[in-house]
Design a protein around this ligand. Sequence first.
Ligand code: NAP
Ligand code: FE
Length: 360
Amino acid sequence: MEMFIPTRLLIGKGIVRENRHLFPEFGKKALIVTGKSSAQKSGALSDVTEALSSQGIAFRIFDEVENNPSVKTCYNGGRIAKEFGAEFIIAIGGGSPMDAAKAIATFATNEIEPLDIFGAEVKKEPLPLLSAPLTAGTGSEVTPYSVLTVPEIENKKSFTHRSCFSKIAFLDPDYLASLPRPVLLDTTADALSHAIESMLTRRTSMVSKVYAEAALNRLGEAIPGVIAGDPDFEALLLASSLAGMAISHTGTIIVHSMGYLLTYYKDVPHGRANALLLPGFLEGCQKHIPDRLAPVLSAYGASSLGALLADIKQLTAEFTKLTEEEVQTFAHKAIGAKNVPQNLWPLEEADEARIFATLL
Ligand code: NAP
Ligand code: FE
C-alpha cells in the first residue's frame, strides 16, 4: 500500500494574491495554460498575471486548450513552452487545461513524438506545474493523470507521471461563481463518480477509502445545494480534491472508460457521461456486491440506492440517447479498456451492453 499526494493545497478566497511570494521559487518565466475564456471570466487570469508581474516573472499565455484536449494541442503547447524558455507551467481551468498543462510540461522537456507521451520514451522530468482549478470535478489538481483525446484510436487515453502532480494547487471558491449551470452539474457528477468508483475497485485500499469516504461525506452535504441552485463552492472544491486524491491511489473504473466513448463519439461532456452511466453500474453493484456498495451509500448519507440515484438524476443536465447499434459497438470497444479487470464482479461485454442500454 502506498500513500502519495505531493501537492500543496491552498484554499480560500484571494488565495493567489495572498501567496504571490510563492511563485519565484519556480523560476523567472512561466507559461500559463488555459481554455478560451474561463480564465478571464472567473477572474483567475488577472489574479495570476498580477501576481507574476509583482514578482518580476515574465509570462506567456497559451489559451488554445479545447474541451477534452488533443495530444496535438498539447504538443504545440510544449513547443511554445520551449521557444519561450518557460521554467514552469501554470494551469488555469477545468480538467481540460489542467490535464493539457501536464502534457505540455512533459513535451517541454522531452524530445518526443506526440504519441510517445503514452510510453517509455518520456525520460526527463516535466516542468514544475502549479494549478488553479475553475471547476470542482476532475480533481486533476491533485492527480498525476492527464486524459487526452487521441483520434488515431478514436478514444481518450491517459498518461501518468509522478511529477505531473501540481506543486501547488490554488483553490479559490470565487473562481467558480462564473460556472454555467450545466458545467456545474456535470463537474459535480464527475467528483461524485470519482469517489464512488474509487470505493468500488479491486484497487480500493485503507488509504484510498479515507479520501473517498471524506469526499462522499462532503458531496452528500453539498449536492442538495448544487441541485437547489445555491452551491457551496468551497465545500465542492475540497470534495473534488479529496475525490481526486482517492483516484490518485486507485484510478477510476468502467464508468470512466465507458464514458470516454460517449464523449468521443457523442460529444457528451465528461462528467455528464459519468452521470448517465452511474445508475446502470450501481445497479450492477447492488446485485453483485451489495456489501461493497453499502459503505458508499452510508458515506454519502443516502438511505438507499434509490436516494443516491435520485440525486444523480438531478445532476444530469441533459440525457443522451443511443441506438441499439451504438450500444453494441460501444460495449465491444469498452470491454477492451485496461481497467475492466479492476471491476469487482466478473464483467463481460454483455454487462457493459446492459449498462449502455439504459440510454436506449
Ligand atoms: P472543462 O473541459 O475543463 O471545461 C468545460 C467548459 O466549462 C469549458 O467550456 C470551459 O471554458 C468552461 N468553464 C470551466 N470553468 C469555468 C468557470 N469557472 N467559469 C466559466 N466557464 C468555465 O471541464 P472539466 O469537466 O473540468 O474537465 C473535463 C476534462 O478533465 C476531460 O477531458 C476529462 O477527461 C478530464 N478529467 C481528468 C481527470 C484527471 O484525473 N486528470 C479526472 C477526470 C476528468 P474554457 O474553454 O474557457 O476553459
Ligand atoms: Fe473524471
